[in-house]
Design a protein around this ligand. Structure first.
Ligand code: DUC
Ligand code: ZN
Ligand code: ZN
Length: 470
């Protein structure tokens, strides 16, 4: 009788702490042992020449999200988790969005119904609070945090989602009382509206106008305000999708003052630029996302934040809309003004290859830091460590085999989401996942989907150890 279910042999195990030649033994879906000459198993996987790393965790994705009348998000849970698995991920954290006038439980029921039986990898929802009324603040949120929904996202912009400062303070207070972690989309809504109308009056209605309507001070001011509001309540906060130096410096300054402020950045801020939209006419819609990509100096700033620890997570902000589709980027009113172009870009499958290739491959970050930004810190910050985010005895056998030498030219044809384009078309990367395993079950092997869409589960999470103000 074999001792173990699976042995992964001959690989180099990389965690956030160390990189070491080790074999990995798996039994009953968890890591049972690490070392050499571990014994016998029913199946042996050869990892010679490969990195054996914890499965990627993408703590910021949008799947099957209602996005306004006449607009449909490209990915549901099936295609989104499939693409994520191909990209070396074993867990994604999508948003469950409250509709104003409705409760969060209702929203959760709807999202769970959409996800049930459709997930190739694990999922865990963040709650987006769009209507912080008494019932939501006093009853629903405390009960939901106790049920394992331990993070919220709030928006400072978008008509249907934005909260006033007073409401933000209320949500932050509930977070402090319940131990939840609040993620903030920080952009100044009034400034965006003012600039959008001005650009429209001047006839600047093409997608290039999108970036002009959301210049860096729009993000910097809101970041500063979000941090100040969190300081007033004395509660930690996570500023998501940071795109530039000025917003990053607000976070770094707060951290230097001892505040628990965390930051996230995303691939689009490392490899895309606002100027990529120039000359694209309506095709620039492919790159419309918020905050917008900036310039080369901003890209370097975001790298700096990843290297020096100002940013603790690197997420995709996958928010996919098909391009050649009237329910997507070519929504008819988008020709009237950029303001009607669905906001968001795909990237769930390309996040890790871009970070590895541009980061580890170009000597900007170590392999340990790659693992931390790709997986471990997401698990730690969102209450799942050490079950997730590492390869250690007792942790879930969520494991990715990574070929550090595989060269891929990113193009629509090599990806597995339901979009019809990638904003990273033509980008050459070195480093690609060759096998993705969820709790000891192989989901993707050598470019083939071998898992089932019943493999993934929704995970309740512990409170974030980073959410306490102590
Ligand atoms: N915010 C997100 O987090 N994702 C896509 C669009 C947006 O504004
Ligand atoms: Zn956002
Ligand atoms: Zn997002």
């Amino acid at each position: 009788m074999s001792e173990f279910d699976i042995l992964i042999v001959g690989g180099t195990v990389a965690t956030h702490e160390c990189v070491m030649r080790q074999d990995v033994a798996i039994k009953d879906g968890v890591v049972a042992a690490l070392g050499e000459n571990l014994g016998t198993a029913k199946e042996t996987i050869d990892a010679n020449g490969l990195i054996v790393m914890p499965g990627g965790i993408d703590s910021h994705v949008h799947l099957a999200q209602p996005s306004g009348p006449g607009i449909t998000m490209a990915d549901d849970f099936e295609s989104g988790t499939r693409a994520a698995a191909f990209g070396g991920n074993t867990l994604v954290m999508p948003f469950c969005i409250q509709e104003r006038g409705k409760g969060l439980r209702i929203a959760l029921n709807e999202y769970h119904a959409k996800a049930k039986g459709k997930c190739y990898i694990d999922v865990s929802f963040h709650l987006v609070i769009a209507d912080p009324n008494e019932q939501v603040l006093g009853q629903e949120l405390p009960a939901l945090v106790a049920d394992g929904y331990t993070s919220f996202k709030i928006f400072m912009t978008y008509e249907a989602l934005k909260l006033a400062d007073r409401e933000i303070l209320e949500v932050l207070s509930v977070a402090r009382e319940t131990g939840a972690l609040v993620m903030v989309h920080a952009e100044n809504d009034d400034a965006i509206r003012f600039l959008t109308e001005k650009l429209e009056r001047a006839g600047h209605t093409l997608p290039t106008g999108h970036a002009l309507s959301r210049p860096i001070p729009v993000e910097r001011e809101a970041t500063h305000r979000a941090i100040s509001l969190a300081e007033i309540i004395d509660v930690p906060v996570m500023i998501v999708h940071v795109s530039n130096r000025e917003a990053m410096e607000e976070i770094a300054r707060a951290q230097a003052r001892g505040l628990k402020v965390m930051g996230e950045t995303c691939p689009q801020y490392l490899v895309l630029k606002a100027s990529d939209l120039n000359g694209l006419d309506i095709e620039g819609a492919k790159l419309v996302c918020s905050p917008p990509p900036r310039d080369a100096a901003s890209q370097e700033s975001c790298w700096e934040g990843l290297m020096n620890g100002t940013f603790s997570v690197f997420s995709s902000d996958h928010c996919p809309f098909r391009y050649n589709d009237e329910q997507g980027k070519l929504f008819p009113r988008g020709r009237e003004s950029f303001r009607y172009v669905p906001n968001g870009i795909p990237g769930i499958e390309t996040r890790l290859p871009i970070l590895f290739s541009e980061g580890v491959g170009k000597g900007r970050i170590s392999l340990e830091r790659f693992v931390e930004l790709a997986s471990t810190n997401h698990a730690k910050i969102y209450g799942l460590f050490p079950r997730k985010g590492t390869i250690a005895e007792g942790s879930d056998a969520d494991i990715v085999l990574w070929d550090p030498n595989r060269q891929v030219r990113i193009s629509r044809e090599v990806l597995h989401d339901a979009c019809d384009y990638t904003p990273y078309e033509g980008l050459e990367v070195t480093g690609w996942p060759t096998l993705t395993m969820l709790r000891g079950r192989v989901v993707v092997r050598d470019g083939k989907l071998v898992g089932e869409k019943s493999f993934g589960e929704h995970l309740a999470r512990e409170r974030s150890p980073f959410a306490s103000s102590q």
